[in-house]
Design a protein around this ligand. Structure first.
Ligand SMILES: [Cu+2]
Length: 139
């Protein structure tokens, strides 16, 4: 009588323990160290899923008849503001072989803003100055 009660108790504890073990593994989605069966290794863990990055704004200066920085690397969705800091001349931001960028002639301290919604390399120049070139690389 005592032995069968003890065996029943052990079986109940084992079933309870296995159930708890299984539930904990399912809820956390984590592999318990030392066990090989379980979650697919290709399943991303919660802390490995990349969060969307907030959009950034970058400034390009037009100074001494040149864009600075001349080459800018940004992410899709980022915005660029070009500002003419040359007191004595106007500048433009005009796409080379495309329509992405098309500013008016910008006077001193005027600016042109553009948000890039697609990836690619965007070359541009200044209509007023043939040697003035720049590039935005959108990744
Ligand atoms: Cu210019």
């Amino acid at each position: 009588m005592k032995t069968s009660a003890l065996i029943t108790l052990i079986v109940v504890i084992l079933i309870f323990g296995i159930t708890l073990f299984t539930l904990l593994r399912t809820e956390t989605g984590k592999e318990i160290p030392g066990t090989s069966a379980g979650a697919n290794e290709n399943t991303p863990k919660i802390n490995e899923i990349p969060l969307p990055q907030p959009s950034q704004t970058y400034n390009v200066e037009m100074i001494n008849h040149a864009y600075s920085p001349k080459v800018l690397i940004i992410k899709k969705g980022d915005t660029v503001i070009w500002t003419n800091n040359d007191k004595t001349t106007t500048h433009t931001v005009t796409s080379t072989g495309g329509k992405e960028l098309s500013s008016k002639f910008l006077k001193y301290e005027e600016n042109y803003t553009h948000t890039f919604d697609k990836e690619g390399k965007f070359f541009y120049y200044c209509i007023a100055h043939a040697s003035e070139h720049g590039e935005v690389i959108v990744e």
